[in-house]
Design a protein around this ligand. Structure first.
Ligand code: ATP
Ligand code: TPS
Ligand code: MG
Length: 388
C-alpha cells in the first residue's frame, strides 16, 4: 500500500485515516490516489467539474458534456483559438511548500488554469473550454486531487472567463504531479458587427506605444519569499494587514494562485491594439519575442520601469531582514522573473490606453536587428522552460 507523500506537516497516515472524510468523497482523509484507483478519483473530480459545467451560461455551450470519448462544444465563431501549457512539480511548484494537501491541490489547479486562460486572453480570445490531463503519483493524497478541479473552476469564474467549461481530461500515473491543460477559445470582436481579429505578436509598428496590463515581478518575488520560508504559499492580501504584509501576501498569491485580468485582452482588441502577448517567461524575454515577430525595436521608458521596481524594493528589504544571506534583486524580478501573466501590448500613438493599462515605452524602427532597449539590462535572460 503506498504511503501518502510528504506534504510538509501532513498528519501521520493512520491518524488521518480515522479522521474526517475527504471533502466531496466518502473516503477517509489522508487516503492516496493509488489506494482508491482511477474510477473513484475520476468520480471525485467529475463531481466538481459537472457542477461547474451545469451552471448557465456554461451549460448552453456544451452540446455533449464530459463522459463519452470526447466532449462536443458549440462555437459561434468560424475560428477557434487553441493553446496548451504544462505545469510540473519541481519545475513550476513544489508540493512541499504546503502543509495542507487541499490548499496545495487548489493552488495548483488555479495556476494551471490561469496560465492557459492568460494565453487565450493574450490572443484577444474568450475562453470556452479546458481539457485537463493529470499525471498523479500513486502516493498523492486523494484530497489534493479533489481540490484540483476546485482551483480550476475558481479560475474559470474570473471576469472574462465566465463561459469556460471543463470539457474533459485524462488521468495517468507518474513520479511527479503534472497538470497539462489545453484551452479552447473564440476571438473577441472589436464590436459586434466587426470581423474577429486575434491579437498577434507581429503587428507592432514604429511610433506605437508599448503598454502593460498588470503588475510585474510579483510572482518572482513570491517564489523567493516562499522558498526562503518568509511567507506562506497560501498567504493572501486581506483587510486589516499592514500595507507591507499585504504586499508580501500579494507576491505569494501571484506565485501560487495567479489571477490575471482576463478582461484585458478584449479591452485591448476594442482599443485597437496592434500586437500583444502575455508575459510568462520574463518581461524582456517576451518583449524580444514581440519585437522579433513585428521586426521592430522596443524602447522601455526608464521611469516607467522604475515604477514597476519601486514597490518591490520594500519586499527585497523585508526579505533581507528576515532571511540571512538573501540577496534579492527587485529589478531582475521585474525584467526577467516571469509568471506575471500581464498583457504586454502595443497601441497606435493616437489610441487611448484602456483602463488598467500603463505605458511602458515606445516602438521604434530598428537599425539592423529587432530587439529591446531597457537602459542596459537587455542581457537579462528570463525563464527557459528546459534549462530553467
Ligand atoms: N512541442 C511543441 N509542438 C508544437 N508546437 C509547439 C511545441 N512547443 C511549443 N510550441 C509552439 O511554439 C510557440 C511558442 O511556445 P511557448 O510555450 O513559448 O508559448 P507561450 O504560450 O507564449 O509561452 P508560455 O508557455 O510561457 O505561456 C507556441 O505557438 C506553441 O504552440
Ligand atoms: C519550483 C519552481 N521553480 C521555478 C519556478 C519559476 N518558473 C517556473 S515556470 C516559469 C515561466 C513560465 O513557464 P512556462 O513557459 O512553462 O509557462 C518560471 C519563472 C517556479 N514557479 N517554481
Ligand atoms: Mg503566452
Amino acid at each position: 500500500m503506498a504511503e501518502p507523500r510528504e506534504i510538509r506537516t501532513r498528519p501521520e497516515p493512520d491518524v488521518a485515516r480515522d479522521a474526517e472524510p475527504c471533502a466531496g468523497t466518502e473516503e477517509p482523509a489522508g487516503i492516496t490516489v493509488g489506494e482508491v484507483g482511477e474510477d473513484r478519483v475520476l468520480a471525485a473530480v467529475r463531481a466538481v467539474i459537472d457542477a461547474h459545467n451545469a451552471e448557465e451560461p456554461r451549460a448552453a455551450g456544451l452540446a455533449l458534456p464530459p463522459g463519452d470519448d470526447a466532449a462536443v462544444l458549440r462555437l459561434a465563431s468560424a475560428e477557434a483559438v487553441l493553446s496548451t501549457d504544462t505545469m510540473a512539480e519541481g519545475q513550476d511548484f513544489r508540493l512541499s511548500w504546503w502543509s495542507d494537501p487541499v490548499a496545495a491541490g487548489r493552488a495548483v489547479g488555479q495556476k494551471a488554469a490561469a496560465q492557459n486562460l492568460s494565453d487565450l486572453n493574450a490572443m484577444g480570445a474568450e475562453p470556452l473550454a479546458l481539457l485537463v490531463s493529470c499525471t498523479l503519483p500513486a502516493d498523492l493524497p486523494l484530497a489534493a486531487v479533489t481540490a484540483l478541479p476546485e482551483g480550476l473552476t475558481a479560475a474559470c469564474r474570473a471576469p472574462g472567463a465566465g463561459r469556460c467549461v471543463v470539457a474533459g481530461g485524462d488521468l495517468g500515473s507518474g513520479p511527479g504531479l503534472a497538470v497539462t491543460i489545453t484551452a479552447v477559445g473564440e476571438p473577441w470582436r472589436p464590436e459586434p458587427s466587426a470581423a474577429a481579429r486575434p491579437l498577434r505578436r507581429d503587428g507592432a509598428r514604429p511610433g506605437d506605444v508599448l503598454a502593460i496590463s498588470g503588475p510585474l515581478g510579483r510572482a518572482a518575488a513570491g517564489l523567493t519569499l516562499i522558498e526562503a520560508g518568509v511567507v506562506a504559499p497560501d498567504a493572501r492580501p486581506m483587510r486589516g494587514q499592514s500595507p507591507q504584509e499585504g504586499l508580501l501576501a500579494a507576491c505569494a498569491a501571484a506565485q501560487t494562485a495567479p489571477s490575471p485580468d482576463l478582461t484585458s485582452g478584449a479591452a485591448a482588441v476594442r482599443a485597437g491594439a496592434t500586437a500583444g502577448l502575455d508575459v510568462s517567461d520574463g518581461l524582456l524575454r517576451d518583449a524580444r519575442r514581440l519585437a522579433a515577430a513585428s521586426d521592430v525595436a522596443l524602447e522601455f521608458d526608464p521611469a516607467a520601469l522604475e515604477e514597476e521596481v519601486e514597490p518591490l524594493r520594500r519586499v527585497a528589504e523585508t526579505l533581507r531582514r528576515r532571511s540571512q544571506g538573501a540577496r534579492p534583486d527587485p529589478r531582475a524580478w521585474v525584467l526577467s522573473g516571469g509568471e506575471d501573466y500581464a498583457l504586454l501590448t502595443t497601441f497606435g500613438a493616437a489610441a487611448e490606453l484602456p483602463e488598467g493599462f500603463r505605458r511602458l515605452g515606445t516602438v521604434r524602427a530598428h537599425d539592423g536587428a529587432p530587439g529591446v532597449d531597457a537602459g542596459g539590462s537587455e542581457g537579462s535572460s528570463g525563464w527557459d522552460s528546459l534549462s530553467g
